[in-house]
Design a protein around this ligand. Structure first.
Ligand code: GLU
Length: 548
């Protein structure tokens, strides 16, 4: 039976493929890594994590990081996912050097980089395996396979298509011809060489070496539609794309012996493997994998929507990758995080523990170190996509918006209250007329609830006397004196010394001012807030409040 009946799209010999995809011309020690997502609808934070590790490891060694779209399962494919993957990688500065870089546009000499377009390559390799007797066609129906599983369960033997349970493994050519003539669908399976009790020891960059039972399953290589399974595609692609380091999830550890067997049968040197543990989170008393279904933060889109600065997400992931990152960052506050060296060998074997509070704290530090201009640009670009109303307000007068962001930012200890861009509409909304107008009922209620109530005339007096040209000390002196004339002690100490003599103290007065000017009791430094609001807004808001 000529192999081509089973591999109609095979069009190369293995030698031709070796020539077409030659070993890469890279410096010694350069690593070639890849990200191989299946486009099934979303981009998981684990994908970003793996890409970050892979890309840094490649770049730190002068190598290449490429993107391979693993779209061999057309039933599970969701349209738009490739765009989402590309956008996610680009957003976080993790775009590949090679592969699909934009819609339908590929760069690199080892493509095509979509597995669905590599059928002739896979089939060529399978044709060779068939010729060598390392693979065979299997016409077993779904019912036959089910019957097999039932019988295995009954006999208490490991499930799967192996050994004597592999019913098409030793069929005669006549049986195969008859099945073909009857038009029965078929798959191509590996003829495994592993014995029932054989064991293999395989290297892993993160775990050193691991002993496994050898593979004995005659795994499917080509499916009925002529597409490869992950197992075949991985081996063929990582060989012909000249991957040096496969960094993948540890859910593939179980099939690692199978992949190792295939590399051996092809006569190819396997790449190094690093099986990384999934990101986990605490759930009550136990730990579990971050799940797309129950954890919104499992999806990269969530970080984009929340507007975490990209550097915060990356630095947070670096913390998860290597616990030493935090100390390194502390010692090198101004250096690009690209200078932090990632070593696969040092990665944690146990799953990294995800912690949103930690992400927030990393983000506060990152935003704290950004200039008002950089925050403005990043926040505006977030808002344009995710908060159109706010974008209009915030983008209208960039000098004003940057002045708002600059409050308490220039001193020795710049403020660190901004975590993510989606906090801004609520946090600084009061600076803008229209969103302040919407807050007035809240401000009125808060003012009415304030104890001690500001006395008649005081807000109007502050409005009348406010002079933005005053320095902070002059302003403080003026406001304290004015407060005193309305019964507010200059400070808590003075108030406590003679509580009966005063209505309240300066803090109470400032609280009332905050409620009126910002519709909230906590604001950054009041002097700066008033400076940025400017005389007109301050006077207008205080005068209006005098009449509430
Ligand atoms: N497409 C596979 C996955 O999404 C890739 C695994 C690998 O990196 O080899 O799990």
């Amino acid at each position: 039976m000529p192999a081509d009946v089973f591999t109609p799209e095979a069009s190369f010999t293995i030698d031709e493929l070796e020539v077409r995809f030659p070993p890469r011309d890279l410096p010694a020690g350069a690593r070639v890594t890849r990200f191989g997502p299946s486009p099934t609808g979303s981009m998981h934070i684990g994908g970003l994590y793996t890409s970050l590790v892979s890309r840094r490891v490649a770049h730190q060694s002068g190598g290449v990081f490429y993107l391979r779209i693993e779209d061999t399962d057309k039933k599970r494919e969701v349209e738009g996912t490739v765009e989402l993957i590309l956008a996610s990688l680009a957003t976080y500065g993790l775009s590949p050097d090679e592969g699909e870089v934009a819609d339908g546009k590929e760069v690199g000499a080892y493509g095509p980089y979509r597995q669905s377009e590599r059928k002739p390559i896979y089939q060529s390799c399978v044709r060779w395996l068939l010729e060598q007797g390392h693979a065979y066609p299997c016409f077993a129906s779904a019912e036959e396979l089910q019957a097999l599983r039932d019988a295995q369960a009954k006999h208490k033997v490991p499930p799967g298509y192996w050994g004597t349970w592999a019913i098409w493994r030793d069929k005669t050519a006549a049986d195969v011809d008859a099945a073909l003539a009857a038009g029965r669908p078929f798959v191509i399976r590996l003829r495994s060489t592993g014995g029932r009790d054989a064991r293999v020891t395989l290297p892993d960059t993160i775990r050193e070496s691991i002993e496994f039972p050898a593979n004995q399953t005659d795994v499917v290589l080509l499916k009925a539609d002529g597409m490869p399974t992950y197992h075949l595609a991985h081996v063929v692609d990582d060989h012909f794309m000249r991957t040096t380091d496969v960094v993948r999830g540890n859910e593939w550890l179980a099939s690692y012996p199978m992949h190792a067997e295939m590399f051996k049968l092809f006569g190819w040197a396997p790449p190094r493997f690093a099986h990384i543990s999934p990101i986990e989170k605490n759930d009550g008393a136990s730990r579990r994998k971050l799940s797309k279904r129950s954890d919104p933060e499992a999806s990269v889109g969530w970080y984009m929507e929340a507007g975490y600065p990209k550097q915060a997400v990356i630095e947070y992931l670096l913390n998860l990758i290597d616990g030493r990152f935090e100390d390194w960052r502390g010692a090198n506050p101004a250096v690009s995080n690209e200078d932090f060296v990632i070593e696969l060998e040092r990665m944690n074997r146990a799953g990294a523990l995800f912690d949103l509070a930690k992400l927030d704290s990393v983000s506060r530090d990152v935003v704290g170190a950004m200039s008002a201009g950089a925050i403005f640009d990043a926040a505006l670009s977030w808002a344009s996509e995710h908060a159109a109303d706010f974008a209009t307000r915030f983008g209208a007068d960039s000098a004003y918006s940057q002045a708002i962001l600059d409050i308490e930012r220039r001193g020795e200890r710049p403020r660190k209250d901004i975590v993510k861009w989606s906090d801004l509409p609520a946090d600084i909304g009061y600076f803008f007329e229209d969103s302040y107008a919407a807050l007035v009922p809240e401000a009125q209620a808060a003012l009415a609830a304030i104890q001690p109530a500001p006395p008649e005339g005081m807000l109007a007096a502050i409005a009348a006397g406010y002079d933005p040209a005053l320095t902070r000390d002059e302003w403080l002196e003026w406001l304290r004196a004015l407060g005193l004339s309305y019964g507010y002690a200059a400070n808590v100490k003075a108030f406590k010394a003679a509580p009966d003599e005063f209505r309240g103290h300066f803090g109470d007065l400032a609280g009332a001012l905050r409620v009126v000017l910002a519709a909230r009791r906590n604001t950054p430094d009041l002097y700066e807030v008033m400076q940025v609001l400017g005389k007109d807004r301050v006077v207008e808001r205080l005068s209006a409040a005098a009449g509430w």
